[in-house]
Design a protein around this ligand. Sequence first.
Ligand code: NAD
Ligand code: UDP
Length: 318
Amino acid sequence: MMFDTCRILVTGGAGFLGSHLCERLLADGADVLCVDNYFTGSRRNIAHLIGDKRFEAMRHDVTFPLYAEVERIYNLACPASPIHYQHDPVQTTKTSVHGAINMLGLAKRLRARILQASTSEVYGDPTVHPQDESYWGNVNPIGPRSCYDEGKRCAETLFFDYYRQHRLQIRVVRVFNTYGPRMHPNDGRVVSNFIMQALTGKPITIYGDGSQSRAFCYVDDLIDGMVRFMGVEADEPGPLNLGNPSGLTMMELAELVLRLTASSSRIEYRPLPANDPRQRRPDITKAQRLLKWQPKVPLEDGLNRTIAYFKALIDGRL
Ligand code: NAD
Ligand code: UDP
């Protein structure tokens, strides 16, 4: 096994994606150091890993330097949902930019391979569909989403400058909408909103007319893609899109969630948020070719697993 003797740092390891990644890396045989400031993540997400001898959790804010000895770094620390990243936009940019500088500095000293969780948001409100990695994006530099979008774009710049200037081994992943158990129930994202609303009998809030489209990837598929990319031995910095290419409208998603939860919630229309992209769908040709990877979990299965998680959360079983 490639990860048998490897010590791996996961920043943002107590978050939604980070906690699944820690779990996967431990299962692969690695030692995992999870670093998180618990802004949007929680100890509950990693509680089941705490007893494992190969797992260590450290409270730390990545905007400050970190001293640790590891062979691989996955940099996921950053609030990901608009409600959370707009709560303190200056801190969001700092987390992306200073966090990248600190983690790249650490990787440089250790000569460690480092993966950055970038985002489809670097494409902004895209004028090209679906988006492939060569598209430069259409991002508003001064809007309410800019602290996140431009922070992530600057982090990509830093990663590629460390790659060119310091010959660092980097892997930049552009993550598209991902969902699954351990999403934050109040993060305002569409999957968690619709499921929580359906399960609690509240109206399903559709922003705009519901004709905007997205494509949702189940968390296990996404994590598998990330781990495969980190494992590529060739000089492959990316950027690499990871996500599920099969899209649907928000109206279709609302109807699906209502059916799967057997809910009688009604639909309520709300104004569309500023700079809300009309459509977003990844072109994953490069990942398919490079990683022999593609998402396997159908939307209905993934939603059922997520619904079961939120039900347990509501019933106080978690
Ligand atoms: P999340 O909010 O659940 O996880 C982020 C984690 O980072 C949290 O545990 C949070 O406490 C931690 N964190 C935030 N600021 C920090 C700081 N300054 N220092 C240390 N820890 C800090 O979000 P997620 O969905 O798991 O996203 C993980 C990463 O993936 C993020 O970088 C996000 O931008 C990226 N991403 C996620 C998606 C998605 O659909 N989930 C899409 C695109 C990109
Ligand atoms: N959305 C919605 N109702 C909600 C939350 C979101 O209709 O309760 C819409 C939102 O306007 C966007 C889409 O769902 O068009 C996806 O939103 P999300 O915040 O989950 O992800 P992103 O916009 O970053 O793709």
